[in-house]
Ligand binder design. Structure first.
Ligand code: HAM
Length: 434
């Protein structure tokens, strides 16, 4: 048997899954997607679909050459040379902020609107060590605001949106963690301080962190190596290096969050694992027991330099992405019932079968989900099948019914049945379903 590749999985209808674990049931993903789409509509976001793969350079420049994502986790390959070009290096997208910024530049969206508000839903790929809540293909729902304004209200609106989606989905025990990583100037001061603090301890650092000391000291803060932890803990927080503009921005974000009644905790150590952030950064975790250690459900922040880094005009940006696989893990099992057919049409005999084909078509045209199984079977076995499929009603057609012009309608949930006239049966089903 050929199985899915390591740490990837099929998302299945619950009724076709052997697994009692609801974490890969497709209807739970669809529920969160529907909720998010509705919130995006209310906040004036439009959908964008970018390719699943991009030129590798986009992520190296956008996400940052020294990040864990780029150095360790990307699926990258050299494409075969084509008729007109050398084989180029391509990468399955590990995230979608850089692709959306690329699209903003490629399509010169600033010529159309002052602010582009875009959302996406789709798979991302990172070669991480798999565990509960961490997969190599995972799904994100994300949004990006690209344009002229770096007003703190933009940040708070984005946070409010993602908190709203998570709350409506029914995610328990949410916690919003907030920080600022400053602008280029405050970052430079912070980096100088990191260098100064670690200069005499290089031997004690892990190999990765020693390299990052030279290339991108901020990323030392992402290190998971045991030996780096005491040194990282002793570093001053980035807040000590903020200039007035960044401090005011952060204070205003906090004030607006308070006014919106969105509780948060300030986490001075939160720097996120991607290079593009400026000023506000945030993560949302859930303390639900079902989620385990991978409890970051969403993350995001402001990225005022990204578009320019990628060759576009100076542009402000803010966005977030939530990890759909993880959100689904936190939802209580009974939160989302799976869709079941409203009607199962049972036919007893050849003549009844042909009539039943017309009835199932009629029901579907009227908007009901209706099923008919062509295999001839006894009434008992057909009812058993209807129950197994979870149908709400069975419509029964045999010789007697055809002669009398009265169908038998059985409410499977209540185990009650009535007869309904052939010309108004559909109306009956619709009223009963109410
Ligand atoms: P991120 O923090 O790397 O940010 O990912 C966002 C969310 O995706 C995480 O909080 C987590 O829920 C989920 N996630 C990440 N890796 C995995 C994985 N291996 N398995 C399952 N879920 C995972 C970004 O990707 C940024 N692009 C967010 C952003 C948008 N910032 C600004 N705009």
């Amino acid at each position: 048997m050929i199985r899915t590749a390591a740490y990837t999985r099929d998302l299945l209808p619950a009724s076709l899954s052997n697994d009692a674990d609801a974490s890969a049931f497709i209807h739970r993903f669809q529920l969160v997607e529907r909720i998010a789409q509705d919130w995006f509509r209310r906040y004036g976001f439009q959908e964008i679909r970018t390719p699943i793969f991009e030129r590798t350079e986009l992520f190296a420049r956008g996400v940052g050459a020294e990040t864990d994502i780029v150095t360790k986790e990307m699926y990258t390959w050299r494409d075969r040379a084509g008729d007109d070009r050398e084989g180029e290096s391509l990468t399955l997208r590990p995230e979608s902020t850089a692709p959306v910024a690329r699209a903003y530049i490629q399509h010169q969206m600033w010529k159309h609107v002052e602010t582009a508000r875009l959302y996406y839903i789709g798979p991302q790929f990172r070669r991480e060590r798999g565990q509960r809540g961490r997969y190599r293909q995972f799904f994100q729902i994300g949004a990006e605001v690209l344009g002229s304004s770096d007003h703190p209200a933009v940040d708070v609106e984005g946070i409010e949106l993602v908190m709203g989606v998570l709350a409506e989905a029914g995610v328990p025990d949410l916690e919003l963690r907030l920080n600022t990583v400053g602008n280029a100037a405050s970052r430079a001061a912070f980096v100088a301080a990191i260098r100064a603090a670690l200069a005499n301890h290089l031997d004690a650092l892990s190999e990765d962190s020693r390299r990052r000391y030279e290339t991108n000291p901020l990323r030392i803060l992402d290190s998971k190596a045991e030996q780096d932890q005491p040194l990282i803990a002793a570093l001053p927080p980035i807040q000590d290096f903020l200039d007035d503009e960044c401090r005011t921005h952060f204070d205003t974000v906090r004030r607006y969050l308070d006014a919106a009644d969105i509780p948060y905790v300030v986490d001075a150590r939160l720097v996120r694992g991607l290079d593009y952030y400026t000023k506000t950064v945030f993560e949302i975790v859930s303390h639900a027991p079902s989620i385990g250690s991978q409890n970051a459900l969403a993350g995001g922040g402001r990225y005022d330099g990204l578009v320019e880094t990628l060759g576009g005009p100076p542009t402000r940006g803010f966005g977030f992405a939530l990890g759909l696989d993880r959100v689904v893990l936190t939802l209580p099992a009974d939160r989302v019932p799976e869709d079941r057919p409203a009607l199962f049409v049972i036919h007893l005999g050849e003549v009844a079968f042909e009539r039943a084909l017309g009835l199932v078509r009629e029901a579907r045209r009227a908007g009901l989900s209706a099923l008919l199984d062509p295999t001839p079977r006894s009434l008992k076995s057909a009812l058993r099948l209807a129950n197994k499929l979870g149908a709400r009603f069975a419509l029964i057609l045999g010789d007697t019914e055809l002669t009398s012009g009265q169908w038998v309608l059985r409410d499977l949930a209540r185990a009650e049945q009535t007869t309904v006239p052939a010309d108004t049966w559909l109306h009956h089903v619709q009223t009963l379903r109410g």
